[in-house]
Design a binder for this molecule. Structure first.
Ligand code: RB5
Length: 143
């Protein structure tokens, strides 16, 4: 799978560790985030990731900032993006199973790296349940 990843300064360390983890699992990772811990603006990295997911350049996306909210708010401005913020494995599973999130967003300052890896593993392993959840996500886009 080709996975796009983006982060601001708060997410650099977790991004670097996740890239190694994902590549170790055989995925190709495209880095849209900053590699510097200098203060920066999450939207500068969220938009390129969103465009890559929407265009199919990458299959899925992962986004990390301090709270996750800046990334989630920005990503969800894109019609083709369902970015779900998760902070534990149950939510990471549900955000795929129920919301078919094509971007998983996580809060670097409020989740351990161990939890972040568990969330990514769960989200990647979970299938969208469809059914009533398909009907619900079809109503999300602003037409
Ligand atoms: C950066 O300090 C912080 O504002 C950012 O990482 C994120 O939490 C914003 O939503």
């Amino acid at each position: 799978m080709i996975i796009g990843i983006c982060n601001d300064h708060a997410g650099v360390e977790y991004k670097e560790r996740l890239v190694k983890y994902l590549e170790g699992k055989g995925h190709q990772v495209v880095n849209f985030g900053t590699d510097s811990t200098d203060s920066c603006d999450y939207a500068d990295f969220a938009h390129p990731l969103a465009l890559a997911v929407e265009s199919g350049k990458v299959d899925k996306g992962i986004a990390i900032c301090g709270t996750g909210n800046g990334m989630a708010i920005t990503l969800n401005k894109h019609q083709g993006i369902r970015a779900g913020l998760a902070w534990n494995t149950a939510i990471a599973k549900l955000v795929k199973g129920h919301n078919n999130a094509n971007v998983l967003v996580m809060p670097a300052r409020f989740a351990s790296y161990r939890m972040v890896v568990s969330m990514v593993r769960e989200w990647l392993a979970t299938e969208f349940e469809g059914g009533r959840h398909a009907r619900r996500i079809e109503k999300i886009p602003v037409r």
